[in-house]
Design a protein around this ligand. Sequence first.
Ligand code: PEP
Ligand code: MN
Length: 371
Amino acid sequence: MLYFPPMTISNYELNLRPPFGSHSKTPGPFIVAGPCSGESRAQVLDLAKTLKESGVVSLFRCGIWKPRTRPNSFEGIGKEGLSWLKEVQDEIKLPVALEVASPKHVEESLKWGIRVLWLGARTVVNPFLVQEIANSLKGHSDITVMVKNPINTDLSLWIGALERFNQVGIQKLVAIHRGFSTMDNSLYRYPPVWRIPIDLKRIFPKLPIFCDPSHIAGKRKFVPEIAQVAINFGFDGLMIETHKTPNLAKSDSAQQLIPEDLFSLIDHLHKKNNLTLSKDAGPIENLRTKIDEIDHQLIALLSQRKKIIKDLGDEKNKQNLTIVQLERLQKMMEERVSQGDHLDLPRKYVEDIFSLIHIESVRIQQEQIGK
Ligand code: PEP
Ligand code: MN
């Protein structure tokens, strides 16, 4: 089970400025779209033109240095692509975002006028490299840096990367949730763990968070449903891989959308951009009051439980009993899960809650022994 202790806002303070200024023209989520990889000048310019004309895309994404899982696959067109991206910015007037994975990439990108850079999931796992890239951006406080989550479910590592950029003076920061690697055979390529970006937003309420449903999905048919979940959770933007002939794409061919499908996805998004309660606040506030009451009762019950656990610890201590009694634990779990079943609570949910409660009980009893 994944568990992150809650972090308090006071531990961290990012110095932030809104990242995109006037680039966002349409209400609703900020849309970043473009190919996984730039493959040819014609492909890049043709796609950028279509996306620009749609009026719904604010930023063109395009990989030219591609971190690939296996060698001998297409590793990107390299710096040859930079002049195409300059044309996208200068001729088509669509701002460009580029993935960088080294100070050299940063240098080349800045030379060609790219103002928005992003770090991929494989780069973010390496604090040495993140620091080197951050150092190469010293004195470029006008640059926006988007940081994808690392491939593993480590919120601190993600925060650490954001902090490294912030500490060298980058204030225009965006976090991007692109899902996590998993050992399980899952429906999605990199399953999302929504609690992690939501915790990030709780810690840094002013940090914009985007979702990359393309890399989460791995298959284009799942992209719209993931995009909708992100919007429901209040994400500020979406980064969606787009290609005119995805089946011929040299990387991530199964997950890229044709522009028409991208536009239809955006049209059909049930946009939830009311961040604060308005005139219809009454019913929501009533329901929230009820939830608050239940939560207060839950906390009070947990505190009562804790007192009993302490006595239990003393008693086990007197009788020289081991803290964990496997048979009792097994029975207790089965009983709780079955009660949950009857009350329409998912098994996994009840199991997760009680395994947390049990870990805390063991900790308290261990503490009692020490006294
Ligand atoms: C990409 O955006 O094409 C990419 C390589 O993404 P990630 O770092 O999320 O794997
Ligand atoms: Mn990709």
